[in-house]
Design a protein around this ligand. Structure first.
Ligand code: ADP
Length: 255
């Protein structure tokens, strides 16, 4: 069971790299069960924000609250166990392994799953492995990769590798999914399936935080859009409101 979708609260979060102020005091609430998009020009702090939420980076100041628990000092590993999964900007796949094995790796962080035993095909994990393999195949089918479970990941074109990454992240049954520019390099048709996929992920009980440049995708899938500019939060609200805000137009034109 995956449990309820996770909410996130950032309070006064600051992060600098040397003299570069990537985040200059961010206060933000991400409601559980929503698709929350983070947009803004290059260098506005979007990826840093994702890294702070997933604990790949520790903030210099401020707090990160996950579902009422202060995780300001928690390591990334602990967040994975609490149901936080991430899709990176560039696919991180095992190229010579099959699509199915790549998806199966996603089960590794599940509570009580015999992740390593399954991947190593140890005998006592056989039954669980069969169940998980069936689940992996269903996920592959849901991502337009039906019947291709035995192919090598490296044989897929870029767009399908990205969809494979999403399938692997879902295998972890995340309660919070962080996506860093999932639309980059996708064809228009793949973009459409990605949009449907993101809504389906939310509807199965997962909060989605989406860093994305593709504004049409954002407008069509996001429940809330937060706009960053030079490490500050410009506005946050429903897409029509946030993206129609005169300050946001200025942020983009002025960049
Ligand atoms: P975005 O994702 O909106 O493009 P980033 O969060 O990647 O923005 O970067 C925000 C600012 O922080 C930029 O000026 C970037 O150069 C800087 N920055 C990000 N990561 C690092 C790092 N590891 N070392 C030094 N500067 C960094």
């Amino acid at each position: 069971p995956r449990g309820e979708p996770l909410g996130v609260e950032l309070i006064g979060v600051r992060k600098s790299f040397g003299g570069v102020h990537a985040l200059r005091g961010i206060d933000l609430t991400i409601e559980p069960g929503t698709v929350h998009a983070i947009v803004g020009p290059n260098g506005s702090g979007k990826t840093t924000l994702l890294n702070v939420i997933s604990r790949l980076l520790r903030q210099d100041e401020g707090q990160v609250i996950l579902d009422a628990e202060d995780v300001s000092r928690a390591p990334a590993e602990r967040l994975a166990r609490r149901g936080v999964a991430r899709v990176f900007q560039t696919p991180r796949l095992l190229g010579t392994s099959s699509l199915r094995d790549n998806v199966l790796l996603g089960a590794y962080t599940r509570e009580r799953s015999g992740g390593p035993a399954i991947v190593l095909r140890l005998p006592w994990a056989r039954r669980e492995q069969a169940e998980l393999a069936a689940e992996a195949d269903r996920l592959l089918a849901g991502h337009g990769l039906a019947g291709r479970a035995s192919e090598e990941a490296a044989s897929l074109p870029h767009g399908e590798q990205r969809l494979l990454e999403v399938a692997r992240a879902l295998m972890a049954r995340p309660r919070l999914l962080l996506m860093d520019e999932p639309a980059a390099g996708l064809t228009p048709r793949e973009l459409e399936s990605l949009g449907r996929l993101i809504r389906a992920i939310r509807d199965t009980g997962t909060t989605v935080v989406l860093v994305e440049h593709h504004i049409e995708l954002v407008a069509s899938v996001a429940d809330v859009v937060t706009v960053l500019d030079r490490g500050r939060l410009v506005t946050s609200g429903p897409p029509q409101e946030a993206l129609g805000d005169a300050r946001v137009v200025e942020v983009y034109l002025g960049a």
